[in-house]
Design a protein around this ligand. Structure first.
Ligand code: LYS
Length: 254
């Protein structure tokens, strides 16, 4: 009995030690540096140019963090690990093209959206354009994404194939292992422009979504400070300039 008691006590102590709290805005300010995680595999939003992390949302985050008067340390990880790490206090924020969903909102606190976009159907066959055309088809999507959730809702799809990275899903379409690929509209546009000879046909939007940075659930102090700085970036023309550079249009949510 004594033995079991001490096992229980140890287990409880261990759980308490693991339930780490996210850093508050004050703690981050005192440190002078915010740790932001992203994927680094989702051009043109977050990707590597050689060894340099760049992309639209990387630049937006850099503008916001500068307004907050902080230094920024980047971490790059697989898409699937990003939101989980917030709850474990491994980084302070995530900016990795996450669509705001009810499911995710239960686990994290989203800041205001930094762009609006959605999932588009891409195929080699221009007869595959909309949800109905996916009947009997094999569709490639990245694991853990809203694309996966939305394609699962389309009735008649023969199979949804999951890939760890969006670029793997794209390659599956190029090599014709699948009939269609569902990804972000702007990602698909850039992929089509960069691989003209692949012959991608961009179909209809399957759904639209608001894309936002995420903080640990309940870390509203940090989210509010981020939102305040982001509002300034929207107002002073710096967001518009970065958006124009990447997309030749303003991708802010209206
Ligand atoms: N917007 C999608 C989502 O919310 C994709 C995110 C980025 C994938 N590399 O899941």
């Amino acid at each position: 009995m004594q033995f079991f008691k001490s096992v229980v006590v140890t287990a409880v102590a261990l759980c308490a030690a693991l339930a780490v709290q996210a850093r508050t805005l004050d703690e981050i300010k005192k440190d002078g540096k915010i740790i932001v995680a992203t994927e680094g595999q989702f051009a043109p939003f977050n990707y590597f140019e050689g060894t340099k992390l760049t992309g639209f949302e990387v630049e937006v985050a850099e503008l916001v963090v500068k307004k907050m008067g902080l230094k920024l340390e980047w971490k790059t990880l697989g898409f699937d690990a990003l939101l989980t790490g917030l709850g474990q206090n491994r980084w302070d924020a995530v900016i990795a093209s996450h669509g705001v969903t009810d499911e995710r909102s239960k686990a994290v606190t989203f800041a205001n959206p930094h762009y609006c976009s959605g999932g588009i159907i891409v195929a080699m066959d221009d007869k595959i354009r909309n949800a109905k055309d996916l009947t009997g088809k094999v569709v490639a999507v990245q694991t853990g994404t809203s694309y996966l959730e939305q394609v699962k809702k389309v009735s008649g799809v023969k199979e949804v194939k999951n890939f760890p990275q969006d670029t793997d899903a794209q390659r599956a379409l190029i090599s014709k292992r699948v009939d269609a690929w569902v990804s972000d509209k702007f990602v698909a546009k850039e992929a089509a422009a960069k691989n003209a000879k692949a012959g991608f046909k961009l179909g209809d939007m399957l759904f639209i979504e608001r894309i936002a940075p995420a903080m640990a659930k309940g870390n509203t102090g940090l989210a509010d400070a981020w939102n305040k700085a982001f509002t300034e970036v929207l107002a002073d023309g710096s967001y518009a300039a970065v958006s124009k550079k990447y997309f030749n249009e303003d991708v802010r949510c209206n």
